[in-house]
Design a binder for this molecule. Sequence first.
Ligand code: NAP
Ligand code: MG
Length: 401
Amino acid sequence: MAKIKMTTPLVEMDGDEMTRVLWQIIKDELLIPFIDLKTEYYDLGLEYRNETNDQVTIDSANATMKYGVAVKCATITPNAARMTEYDLKEMWKSPNGTIRAMLDGTVFRAPIKVKGIDPCVKNWEKPITLARHAYGDVYKNTEIRVPGAGKAELVFTAEDGTVIRETIMDFDAPGIIQGIHNKDKSIESFARSCFNYALDTKQDLWFATKDTISKKYDHRFKDIFAEIYEAEYIEKFEAAGIEYFYTLIDDAVARVMKAKGGFIWACKNYDGDVMSDMVSSACGSLAMMTSVLVSPSGVYEYEAAHGTVQRHYYKHLKGEETSTNSVATIFAWTGALRKRGELDNIPELIDFADKLEKATLSTIESGKMTKDLALITDLKDVTVLNSQDFIKAIRETLESL
Ligand code: NAP
Ligand code: MG
């Protein structure tokens, strides 16, 4: 059979440890035999990031802005232990953080649903996609441990010297204070990314804050979403048959637990941090979660939600067998290939992405899976496969479709 041709290259960001091992097997077994794979390759493995003083990360983000679609392998975010392990010149920043800052993006995460691995919340028939605002609030805070009695004030000094001053608290004893901020521009980007992604995936969009209590801070989020929706999206949403729905965060949480799923839940930074862990653990496994970074200008970077699976990699280095789940990494590739197919109008590429996802899920549904899934499935007669054999089993299913 002739291989599928591509016109524009995908930006390929290779990574570290066990996911780097899976990356190569996925390409060899599931992609290169079927596609004339056209990628612009960037090695974001920690050794090469160190060699290039992290320039390769910046180059890969620039390439993503140029071509519009990237697929990324999980990468190590250096800490003290990695400094010695890799003999690093510097504690390089998280590549995801660098790329997110350059693309000004929002991260959307959704569980991959498969028969036999059901969410603990029985009524979640469809995945819930979580959109987390990735800038500011408590993640960029300033805090003071108040030693004793005194006055705490919130002071803003404008460039022209004008001062706005509010009393936070007249302390009569020790306590704590915290200053947080956000920027209109960042909230606007977040809103547009969410509205675009809702249109892209034809799903309703929910957004919630605590605007009844936070009458200026959270209210600003609510207002910016409403203004952008009315000015730019209301007609597009009507045409697509989808809805934008705003409510209070506590009401949203209560409704989510009773919902059927199949919508996007946009969250402020902290809410998104907390709620994405709740949604993913309720759905079984981090290795069954897709993740895509979408910029307000419509640039897409697909990846797995998990890390480099270090523990498995050390076993692999010792020559021991591993059973690492490659589903999220496979879905990062299919997401990127499908998007490339849509942008370049290559229906065969879109079909291939659909088929590979179907082959992956039916392989699991037929009882062949990695150990992490075998531990949580209610399917009987399960065969636990090692990392490589699981990918080979998917290839067999793919060739039979
Ligand atoms: P991790 O790689 O997500 O793995 C944590 C544990 O979760 C694993 O030890 C394993 O549990 C389980 N797990 C995760 N993915 C799995 C998979 N595909 N198949 C089977 N089991 C899986 O997190 P980590 O060990 O905390 O971090 C390792 C490195 O990844 C760190 O250097 C961190 O900086 C990096 N990281 C990168 C990204 C990214 O690039 N997006 C995200 C997070 C972390 P068992 O050991 O019990 O089998
Ligand atoms: Mg978290």
